[in-house]
Write a protein that binds this ligand. Structure first.
Ligand SMILES: Cc1cc2nc3c(=O)[nH]c(=O)nc-3n(C[C@H](O)[C@H](O)[C@H](O)COP(=O)(O)OP(=O)(O)OC[C@H]3O[C@@H](n4cnc5c(N)ncnc54)[C@H](O)[C@@H]3O)c2cc1C
Length: 435
């Protein structure tokens, strides 16, 4: 019986596991630090109060329950001992015949990791709900504030990084302030909130063609977003940001400026590219250890023209499918072929009803691109039993301009046995009889 160990239940690891499901003579163990698979492309909807966390995450157990040979465990992998073929995790040691590492990516602050506290990135559900808390709290604080300068600081939102995630966040935030919250406050006018998208390069969406990026910029400006290009952030703290001599006060800063591969488990001596991605052989294996494969955002591989493959879901999914095929082939003694990526194009949505899309010669913007974006994302919500619910939620917020998940949930709270909760800094008198 072959032991196949998969670390990470994201797009790459989950797809590989499914492809190995019910494989005879193979015992698959999937370990992830979360007990769910997260649909990251919709994280910005959670951050901007459009969807609830449960609508974009689904327990790994429920997706894989039909496969008898797959065991799912929640734990964090810490190190690999390739000579012993053992992975050490927070829940014990696991030996393997074949190992797939698919741990994804993290945010890069380019040596300024301490900025993270004041400028969180968007990669996990925890970060998305924290960003939602900060954004909604900023409007609440502005409503209660009498000092005009402080009010303006609360109503200034900065997004650092003009790639697809920054653009999607800026569009959703522009729309939230201009439309969704417009009627909700008495002392402030949410439509006067400033949403500023800062990009260090000469234009936003550098991976898209120039005409399409220009259309995206126009759509953002239509939603009231200010786009500042060729500006490099040099400092972030709890009062705002600095760009050289220029200071910009803001209560909410969101980081979307760069990613690096998840830190590799200690114990492996491998070459990485500038973003920390493990340089793999054309079959995604490690040169020194052909029984170890790396896939998805954690892997560094180039296409036939020598361009590094982008860190996007289709690459991770295709690599997961490829690895399942390769491992099945290895067991049956069939020779493997190198991995080849079938380009699925790129997409970014802007607000409620616009997007930009590039797929080969096809370049679309505005509503047609947004409509295709919706179809594609619904299709890819694989295994999500609540797919219909998500569509209905979208449809209703599209028609009504309302947002359902606008709750400010405090980071920490004390709970009392009667189920009551008290926010930090507040106390409640309580006796043991519960009265
Ligand atoms: C906000 C945002 C928006 C995006 N939008 C799009 C989009 O519109 N289209 C698109 O194609 N792509 C998009 N992407 C990129 C896409 O989500 C990633 O390329 C894709 O998720 C990569 O898949 P993966 O399997 O490599 O990693 P992930 O999906 O990140 O999965 C990694 C998994 O590994 C687990 N893990 C990590 N370290 C450990 C450890 N040490 N031990 C155990 N488990 C571990 C994590 O919990 C996670 O479940 C977006 C990403 C983000 C963050």
């Amino acid at each position: 019986m072959k032991k196949i160990l998969i670390i990470g239940g994201g797009f790459a690891g989950l797809t590989a596991a499914k492809g190995l499901g019910n494989l005879k003579d193979a015992e698959v163990t999937l370990i992830d630090r979360s007990n769910y698979h997260l649909f990251q492309p919709l994280l910005y909807q959670v951050a901007m109060a459009g969807l609830s966390p449960a609508e974009i995450a689904v327990p790994l157990r429920s997706i894989l329950s039909k496969y008898k040979n797959i065991r799912i465990l929640q734990g964090e992998a810490l190190s690999v001992a390739p000579d012993e073929k053992v992975v050490t995790t927070t829940i014990g040691r696991f030996d393997y015949d074949t190992l797939i590492l698919a741990c994804g990516a993290l945010h890069a602050y380019f040596g300024n990791e301490h900025w993270e506290a004041d400028a969180p990135g968007l990669k996990t559900l925890e970060q998305a709900t924290e960003i939602r808390r900060r954004v909604l709290s900023a409007f609440e604080k502005a409503e209660a504030e009498s000092d005009p300068e402080e009010k303006s600081r609360h109503l200034t939102f900065i997004i650092v990084g003009g790639g697809p995630t920054g653009v999607e966040l800026a569009g959703a935030l522009g729309e939230l302030s201009r439309h969704t919250l417009a009627q909700d406050f008495k002392n402030i006018d949410p439509t006067l909130a400033r949403v500023i998208l800062i990009e260090s390069g000469p234009r936003i969406l550098p991976s898209f063609s120039e005409p399409i990026a220009r259309k995206a910029a126009r759509s953002l400006e239509h939603l009231g977003v200010e786009i500042w290009t060729a500006k490099r952030v040099t400092c972030v703290d709890d009062t705002g940001i600095e760009m050289g001599q220029e200071k910009l006060p803001a209560a909410t800063v969101i980081w979307a400026a760069g990613i690096r591969a998840a830190r590799l488990l200690t114990g492996l001596d491998v070459k990485t590219d500038a973003q920390g991605r493990v340089l793999v052989s054309p079959d995604l294996s490690l040169e020194e250890h052909p029984e170890i494969f790396v896939a998805g955002d954690q892997a560094g591989l180039s296409d036939d023209q020598g361009n590094p493959l982008p860190g996007i879901a289709p690459v991770a999914q295709q690599q997961g499918e490829y690895l399942a095929r390769t491992i099945r082939g290895n067991i049956e003694g069939k020779p493997g072929k190198p991995f080849h990526y079938a380009d699925r194009g790129q997409l970014a949505t802007i607000g409620r009803s616009r997007a930009v899309l590039e797929y080969g010669w096809l370049k679309l913007s505005g509503f047609p691109a947004w409509f295709l974006w919706v179809i594609i994302h619904i299709y890819f919500l694989i295994g999500f039993q609540n797919r219909l619910f998500v569509i209905l939620r979208w449809a209703s917020s599209y028609l009504s301009f309302r947002r359902g998940a606008r709750l400010v949930v405090n980071k920490s709270w004390r709970s009392y046995p009667d189920g009551d909760a008290v926010p930090p800094g507040h106390t409640k008198s309580y006796n043991r009889n519960g009265s």
